[in-house]
Design a protein around this ligand. Sequence first.
Ligand code: FES
Length: 103
Amino acid sequence: MLVCHCNLITEKEIEEAIIDLLEADPWQLIVPAKVYHSLQKRGRCCGCFPNVVETIIRVTEHYHLRSDASEVDIVSHMDRVRELRVQYGSRNHERRNAGHRAA
Ligand code: FES
């Protein structure tokens, strides 16, 4: 599935890049720019970043659940990773609030 239409990057390529980064340092905070840099790409419109953040969260969580790391360390690290939604937006929060009214 194509995630980034500007750079023609698939979800599988993003997942593999995240795993490569985690293999190098399992506790680093991976952000979309770091993933794109490892793929020798750059964000252009950055409209794909909320989806990339969700992929980072999902792949990082699965990676650590398969590791021997303690549950406390994993929970603490995943809290930091999930905060990326605040910085980059979340595809779950792209819609307007129910109480939103146009002027
Ligand atoms: S869709 Fe990924 S940078 Fe535009």
